[in-house]
Design a protein around this ligand. Sequence first.
Ligand code: GCU
Length: 353
Amino acid sequence: MNIRPELLRFADGKPVCTAEDWTKRRQELLDLLRREEYGFAPEKCKVTAEVTEVNPKCAGGSARLESVTLTFHAPKGDHAVPVHLFIPTDGKKHPLILLINFRPDPYDMYCPTEEIIDNGFCFAEICYKDITSDDADFSNGLAGCFDRPTDGTGWGKISLWAYAMQGVLDYLLTRPEIDAENVAVAGHSRLGKTAMWCAAQDERIRFALINGSGCGGTALEQTKHADAETYEHIHKYFHYWFCENHHKYETETVSAVLDQHMALACIAPRFACVGCAKDDWWADPWSEKLCCTAAAPAWEVQGCKGFDGDETQAEIGTFLHGGHISYHLRSGIHFFSRRDWLPYMEHIKNNLK
Ligand code: GCU
């Protein structure tokens, strides 16, 4: 399949042939994605943290749960975000998974908390609405603490949620219990798009767990199947997730400028885990697989295996994990299931640094 725009070609038409070339191409792509899709995030600001409560024995006694208040000290004010942090009690360093979730409860239907801990992870969770509301109001929460550029390139909400995840990582990476070389971010659906965009920009993150992210996430726009969500649909209700410049792509099925493989590719040479459900036609599992094949050259040009899959539609039960991008397709509907977490944790454990 001839996917446009070409990943391994600079904007000036020159080919991208080496790992060094890719480093420059990645910056070009990030700049493009900031300008044309997600918007530029605010300048980094200082974060401070306070542990407000500790439950020394949870998950059957194998972890400690800390309630942490993380404060962003932004130009127009301070904003606090609660973080739940589970730390295994064995005294060892552990890889981290940071989940951005829909609800504030540390025990939630989208995460098998105890099983994550039993698999040897530190586990941190934030709720996206504690950062800023999921609507077009840019004056509340952390959003209200910054001026937002009005030239069409100002951050959409996805960018701001991703920015907050990076601030949370600034703190978590100071914790001695966390193995800073093995950090994963995770999210589902709109928050899968967020986790992807966060990992695309932040090289401290080794693994991106991108679940059911669909349109504006890991679903290639130009291969969308009937009934799948497109940029046009997403802008109808969720235009504020993106920057204003992104509106111009609504009517283009094949853009010569932009598609989602470019965002996924910015994670290279790190690890991306793409998870889909067979009946999630809105997110479009096949276009998500095609996005993996289209992004793979970013890994190959750096001398590593990108994706161990082809352009055919996957069968239920598929778990392709022979490359740096993994892809699985489970049965069922749009959900962040235990059956998604299991392949994600396997891919991480197979590729720990
Ligand atoms: C809507 C939206 C999707 C999004 C999903 C979600 O269905 O159209 O793009 O992924 O909500 O976040 O649950």
